[in-house]
Ligand binder design. Structure first.
Ligand code: ATP
Length: 345
């Protein structure tokens, strides 16, 4: 198959297992983000894909060929790592042409390719500038162009945008995704930023303690997190404990909630309820009792914080459906059963 395949990839450092039995398929032309908290093994996995570390066990294939033990420079990769390592004494053009020059590409062809890449990263006319005179975002784009100069089969980026300020970072996320789609290049990015992963990726791979917890499209991760770790890490949801009786009737925050599809045999668990699916009503009539603690009006959306059964829950609404509530008011919470994801605790 074309693309990258990881099969049972494991990395041990002494007695510590940094990456455990990772199976992952990255189809040709897709964009994958490795996402997870610090120390979960993202960089270690990336280093094995890049050939900078050898797996203790397992196999890595690129377009069907086993590359597990192939050295980095023979893997046909473009890499951008956190420390950009642009050559400070060279110009933009010389930086981008670097790998072409060491591959013996002729001067004319180098220039043609550099011009092509500069236009692609919106820096036409910058070839003769010293890189020291570029802004952070411009340097980032030059690093990307330099990595793409040889038209690699696989494009690897480890926290490429982490040195940029929030606004530039968001703009670069869109730019990077658009560039990847235009080139159709198989791309893997390491990040610990959920929004960044959700913005760019076809597939988000959520890792914890060296293992993949879920690998799915962003919308799938958002709508159907595989477990409480994923739901909590993505962080855009309310996580609420529940208990269930033998008939599968759930008690949530002290109130029995009808129609919740609790799997047979599950006596307790956690509900993941997205803020836009929390509806505030009058107290009573089967609603969960709660009190409004804070209202945050962000213009485009309104977040209402309520406390019910000792737990803080957030409801989000659009300005045209603004809840008519104020801080301190008693309210009821209604959870529509089809909006709740039941997770094992
Ligand atoms: P971060 O987001 O902080 O960069 P990460 O998810 O990329 O974290 P890794 O750098 O892959 O995490 O590290 C995973 C685990 O493996 C960590 O506990 C780290 O301390 C350990 N580790 C990484 N490299 C080595 C090494 N060369 N020797 C021993 N342990 C290592």
């Amino acid at each position: 198959m074309s693309g990258l395949t990881l099969q049972n990839v494991t990395k041990e450092f002494g007695t510590f297992t940094a990456v455990k039995n990772v199976d992952l398929t990255v189809p040709h032309g897709t964009f994958v983000c490795l996402l997870g908290p610090s120390g979960c093994g993202k960089t270690t996995l990336m280093r094995m894909i890049a050939g900078l570390d050898l797996p203790t066990d397992g196999a890595i294939r690129l377009d069907g060929a086993d590359i597990t033990r192939v050295p980095t420079h023979k893997r046909d990769l473009g890499m951008v790592f956190q420390s950009l390592a642009l050559f400070p004494h060279l110009t933009v053009g010389e930086n981008i042409a670097y790998s072409l020059r060491i591959r013996g590409v002729g001067k004319e062809d180098q220039k043609k390719r550099v011009d092509e890449l500069l236009s692609m990263i919106h820096l036409s006319g910058y070839a003769d500038r010293p890189v020291a005179k570029l802004s952070g975002g411009q340097r980032q784009r030059v690093a990307i162009a330099r990595a793409l100069a040889i038209s690699p089969k696989l494009f690897l980026l480890d926290e490429p945008l982490s040195a940029l300020d929030a606004k530039l970072r968001e703009a670069m996320q869109v730019e990077l995704r658009q560039l990847q789609q235009r080139l159709g290049i198989t791309t893997i990015v390491v990040t610990h930023d959920q929004r960044e992963a959700m913005t760019m990726a076809d597939t988000v791979v959520v890792m914890n303690s060296g293992e993949i917890r879920q690998a799915a499209a962003p919308v799938e991760i958002y709508r159907r997190p595989a477990d409480t770790f994923v739901a909590d890490f993505i962080g855009m949801t309310n996580l609420i404990d529940f208990s269930a009786d033998s008939a599968g009737r759930a008690t949530v925050l002290g109130t029995v909630v009808e129609n919740l599809a609790v799997p047979a045999g599950l006596s307790r668990g956690v509900l993941s309820v997205r803020p836009e699916d929390v509806h505030l009503t009058a107290p009573g009539h089967g609603a969960i009792d709660a009190k409004v603690t804070f209202v945050r009006d962000l213009g485009g959306t309104i977040e209402t914080f309520v406390e019910g059964g000792g737990k803080q829950i957030v409801a989000v609404s659009m300005p045209n459906a603004r809840p008519d509530v104020s801080v301190g008011q008693d309210v009821g919470i209604k959870l529509s059963s089809d909006a709740c994801v039941v997770l094992k605790s």
